[in-house]
Ligand binder design. Structure first.
Ligand code: ADP
Ligand code: ASP
Ligand code: MG
Length: 403
């Protein structure tokens, strides 16, 4: 019998009735496959735990954060396993430390490096269905770790890799990967097949449907991933190699963010190394700088520097920059009401004029572009947050994604 990995996201196990439905779905697979189940916490649970950590301390210990926020998965796994037993199957829950799922890297953002196979394999051979906690791991110091928000996607893909599973199915609350977030644009269309490269860009640029690290893991290990709905039985989206896809569209998808902030430093004394001395302390504090633009002033001695960060990092960024003695500037300004909108597609490589069409479509709607960044298969622009819906709609139409 082949092995299959089924991962259920927060909404899919979000209530007792949902858990009962999911258990039935698992049962239907167990007749044909050895099934390994990965579960996320019930929706809302992880957010509540994070909120509690903030209420206890504004500087909550990273170690305790991971122990706390990984707790939601223990509840959902026990409930799901309990339901599988109730409907006549053989099942048990497994927390990451019991397997073990070994991680390395920083707390909150660890990565899975190894998974012990022995116990789970033995259990599978007895016909049991293991229900494994996503999102969590254990490090070499025997501390509980977590692997970033949305991380149970990664847990599932790494389990699929280590157990050589035929497929990893990510069950979620939408029918698959769409041309853009179907909860933001009702015209969004389900994509039948998408390449690792494209979904990696889409996920990294804000499409929450898959965690970006999980796609990297899938691509590296050539794991076949399918994304589908746990609510309706319809075909989903297959994530696969580029060469398996025939696509005549220039753009595959549109991604957006709604938690960015823009920081501008005006009248910075320009000298070699100035950008490094601004960005080094930010990176040392785990603040990720995304888009950057620098203008040279007319006298060539001063420069204006603009960059974007996550909104949640804004206070920390302000503090770090204003206490940095190495940089001299006239003024620091912020904008919390910005969004990044990106178009993604491998078709861009061979088609000239995509940038121009994007800019023109936005201009027609009177949307001003503040910052631009591009790579081989994507173009991102920063715009005012309240123009976001208009921008998605016009780009979706411009690149024929409605059809
Ligand atoms: P889960 O709890 O199952 O992991 P998530 O909330 O992490 O689910 O991801 C599913 C959500 O991702 C959808 O409800 C949808 O709003 C959002 N999403 C964003 N971009 C896309 C996209 N391009 N295709 C599908 N869903 C998307
Ligand atoms: N429960 C975790 C989170 O909310 C992991 C996940 O959902 O994948 O981030
Ligand atoms: Mg998710």
């Amino acid at each position: 019998m082949e092995t299959i990995v089924l991962k259920f996201g927060g909404t899919s196990v979000g209530s007792i009735s949902r858990i009962k439905k999911v258990a039935k779905l698992i049962k239907s697979y167990s007749k044909k496959y050895k099934v390994i189940v990965l579960s996320s916490a019930m929706s809302g649970t992880t957010n509540n735990l994070i909120k509690m950590s903030k209420d206890i301390s504004s500087n909550f210990s990273f170690h305790e954060y991971d122990t706390l926020v990984s707790a939601g998965e223990q509840i959902s796994c026990a409930l799901l396993s309990g339901r599988l037993i109730e409907i006549g199957l053989n099942s048990r829950s497994w927390m990451a430390w019991q397997i073990p799922i070994i991680t390395n890297g920083k707390h909150k953002f660890s990565r899975i490096s190894h998974i012990g196979k022995k116990e789970i394999q033995k259990y599978l051979n007895t016909g049991g269905i293991p229900v494994i906690a996503g999102f969590q791991g254990i490090n070499k110091n025997l501390r509980i770790t977590t692997i970033g928000r949305g991380g149970s996607d990664s847990s599932a893909i790494m389990i699929a890799k280590f157990f050589n599973a035929k497929r990893c199915i990510i069950y979620t609350d939408v029918e698959g990967i769409y041309t853009t977030d179907p909860n933001k644009l009702k015209n969004a269309k389900k994509i039948k097949k998408i390449s690792y490269e494209e979904i990696l860009e889409m996920a990294s640029l804000g499409s929450k449907v898959m965690q970006p690290n999980s796609i990297q893991d899938a691509r590296l290990n050539r794991v076949n991933v399918e994304v589908k709905s746990s609510f309706v039985r319809k075909p989903g989206t297959l994530i696969t190699k580029r060469k398996n896809i025939i696509n005549n569209k220039i753009i595959t998808g549109i991604s957006t963010t709604d938690n960015d902030a823009k920081v501008s430093l005006l009248g910075v004394n320009d000298r070699p190394g100035i950008a490094a001395s601004i960005f080094k302390p930010l990176s040392q504090n785990s603040i990720n700088v995304d888009m950057v633009v620098q203008n040279i002033s007319s006298n060539g001695k001063q420069t204006d520097l603009t960059f974007t960060i996550k909104l949640g990092d804004l206070q920390k960024t302000k503090k770090i920059i204003s206490s940095n003695k190495k940089i001299i500037y006239k003024k620091m300004i912020f904008d919390k009401f910005v969004s990044k909108v990106s178009i993604i597609g491998v078709g861009m490589i061979t088609t000239p004029g995509v940038t121009y069409r994007m800019f023109q479509a936005l201009a027609r709607k009177n949307i001003n572009i503040q910052v631009i960044s591009t790579s081989e298969i994507k173009i991102s622009v920063l715009i005012k947050k309240d123009s976001l819906n208009k921008a998605i709609k016009s780009l979706h139409k411009e690149f024929n994604l409605d059809k």
